[in-house]
Design a protein around this ligand. Sequence first.
Ligand SMILES: [Zn+2]
Length: 433
Amino acid sequence: MFVLDKHGHPLQSCAAARARKLLKMGRAVVHRHTPFVIRLKDRTAADSEIDGVELGVDPGSRHTGISVFTAQAGERRARFAIQLDHRGASIRTKMQQRAAYRRGRRSRNLRYRAPRFSNRTRPSGWLAPSLRHRVVTTASWVDRLARWSPVRAVHVERVAFDTHAVSAGRSLQGVEHQRGTLAGYEVREYLLAKWKRRCAYCGAAGVPLNIDHIHPRSRGGTDRVDNLTLACVSCNQTKGNQPIEDYLARKPNLLAKILAQAKAPLRDAAAVQTTGWALWRELNARLPTHVASGGRTKWNRTRMGLPKTHTLDALAVGKLDSITATVSAVLVIGCTGRGTHARTRTDKHGFPRLRLPRHKRFFGYATGDLVTAVVPTGKRQGTHTGRVAVRATGMFNITTAHATVQGISHRHVRLLQRADGYAYTFQEESSRL
Ligand SMILES: [Zn+2]
């Protein structure tokens, strides 16, 4: 539970039981419902002992994990975990829809319009709206967490693999001997990026991939990364000890492509991760930010025997010796947006189909508010807590962690927190694999 002092400055967080006791004694008030933040009425940050916490961020295209932990001498203890569910895909769909409407409008039978000035330039550092959304929401949540807890530093995964470690791996005895080492993990991540997570021979994706020696070792092939590729299990076995020229004798184009790709320098293979850099710049402007590679995260997580989740990855970002505590529940934050500005729905040609009401609030509630409804009788009897969708009729829908409950009267509904563009649910950490 996040704790603030009487002036709203962050203190060290406390356990839920302690927060309940403080509230019961009247020493604290509820500052915010989700995530739960209390404010002590009789304490200032100046006369409190604050050890500080650190943040780990594991950015992903659909989900970003953020972990709040205490770090002492390489030992990390998780205090709070967030999974951000991005809406990049829906932004993309909406932008494409708008572009289609505009394109349609331009080709209609309208008067001639002279071309305007060139408005097709993009400022440097421009990111597609769906990608920019990922960067700004993540930075915004780091901001919020830094408001509620004494954050000292941020660890963020910026690149899939560490170029230095991979080039160091070239001079080592060979990847086979490095299994389980940091360099081994970096080499594997490097190969996944370079060969686009596909079998080099048949192009299969989403299957287990083995590291394959392009020129077999039994025929004098080296362990250097420029002799390594990825192959699915069946291609790996069919190829066996054959020289690649024999194996691909009937596919000269593929052979030439693989040989050329293998020689591509490390720099080119390191896919320019624009969003990674943009996120780092945003975070570094706020807090001291340390960068790490995805290979190191994976190595840390495997060493600690942790399952793969976005939040546990966030906990394992960067340099650490041990992880001695994880959280039991993860706050899942869905980016929902704040609804549409347009007050009409359109048909597939972009013409108005129906009109929405001018105002968005009914009976004191707006769509997106976090509410709890206690229904005493009937088919929907029980307590439902979640995000509300309001109707002019007063019969609301509530989306809980499990399902959407339809047709709940506004009379049973109580407000917990106003809509802020996010949907909150809790999930168990262990069940999220
Ligand atoms: Zn294959």
